[in-house]
Write a new protein. Sequence first.
Length: 626
Amino acid sequence: MTDSLNKQNGPVSALGRLIGYITWPFVTLANFTRHLILLLIFLLIVWFFFGGTSIVLKPNTALVLAPKGFIVEQYSGNASSRAMRKLQNADIPETRVRDVLATIRHAATDPRITALVLNPDYMWGAGLANLREIERAIDDFRTQSGKPVIAMATSLSQTQYYFANMADDILMDPQGFLFLQGIGSYRNYFKSALDKLGVDAHLFKVGEYKSAAEPFVRDDMSQEAKDAGLHFMNDLWDTYLQGIAKRRDISIDDLQLIISEQGKRLQEKKGNVAAMAVEAGLVDRIMKRPFMEKLIAEKTAFNEDGDSFRQISFENYLNFVNQDKSENNSKRVAVVVAEGTIVGGTQPPGTIGGVSTSALLERARLDESVKAVVLRVNSPGGGVFASEQIRRQVDALKAAGKPTVVSMGNVAASGGYWISMTSDAIWADEATITGSIGIYGLLLTYPKLFEKLGISTDGVGTTKWVGAFNPDRDLNPEFAELIQSNVEFGYQQFISSVAAARGLEVNMVDRIARGRVWTAKQAHDLGLIDQLGGLQQAIDDAAQRANLKENYNITYIEPQPSLSEQLLMKAVSKVSDGLNLQFEADEMSVLNTLMQPYKNEIKLLMSAMNGQNNQFAYCFCNINSL
């Protein structure tokens, strides 16, 4: 039987072998081609993410510092969400202040960089404290290197002007606009609107200056809020004016007169703002962009095309800065950034989470290479319990023998002060907004609204407290007294902790607390902070407390993006560069920008837990024009 089958299959098998011999070279070639194509695709992907045109830094190059969007302590959101927002053109651009400072310091000793050019055209906003951090770095750059600093601008907002004024010369376009308006705070008030809707707002607070929730219970700003607001804003405005007057070589009185007479001066110049600014001494020269570039080229070098100056962008130069970093030292000072509203749980960068920020401080405590910690705080506060969670981690660091120093950014008020108060030392810039020591609670009920709609509420409960938090029922007066009592207890805890940490009497703290906002200069005089200075001074202080000499590294402890997030960010960057995507605002980014001043309040309200007495240590510290 087998022999019979072999005989039958023999010709077929032979034919198959013949066909195999004939097709084998083609199959081999096809497999080789397929693998070659896959290899080329893989290499293309590798190049896409990690390759591209290398940047060559030539001698006589000007470093162009043109911050985009808002100057922040850390990027908002995780890497993947930022990448997707960028692809959708819905991103609000951000520039980290630490990156700006690092590039300026590195450029001071880089012989290839022969000038620093400031371009404020793409900067949307920055706090005065952060601007002064940059100002100190530029002053050090100028002193250390002797290299020129030139600002070239189209138009200048008040914030942009402070940035441009750090230069030796300000060059402004003939069609440019400059207007200095001062500092203020204006809010919308909703009481009448809520009354019409049938919504009752119940505010529980301690302190006549705790005004964060006033818009829900008033139609105007209270006199106490006006008095306290003007007190710290006038001090902040004086700091701004001093910075301008010092570099413009004019007196503060003359500068205030110029600002007061802007309308009259502009009429005399027939509406020509640039001419008015030059005559007033606010800018140095008026010229169109090509002439600005030619002037800078004469101080540095012309580019290869000969139509502009040889330059490198801040973003590209940052790559050289990062390459030159050395992380081989086993002794480190860790910086933990706490920026944004303080809410409970785990939060992405740009928001302070009671759990997530505490976890970062715990990482610093458990890392044996970290000898000291600087907590960089830029926050108007938020939830009381989340603030207390973070403060306990500061105490745990101190108990572990690791000096912990706080460096305050633009704002470190209310809950922002809460997480700072028990550190070994508090540093803040003169322009930092702080204080606002106080807490409040807010409940909204709307039975009247339901009545208008013909909706009624009824039921039974085993005690009189059942449903006390329900917003569709009138607030129980006895329950309201309970909440107020709890808020007062929380306030006493707050001021007692401040008194113990700062070595002050509780009665003294109560007099300067009660929700009142101060500048750091005022707070320093009151004993609420230790030293006036910036982030670097705080780092130096922490290192000294840990007995570290100059041989130590500074490291930021923050959530690290996953490999997939890094690849996605790299891909988005490559696509943007490859397609030459320009920085333009669409409807979504415009909406995001308009909502920017309210994002902290929205986060705070959204974080409120149903059925709980939500207490907030929050300061409405937003100011207009900075």
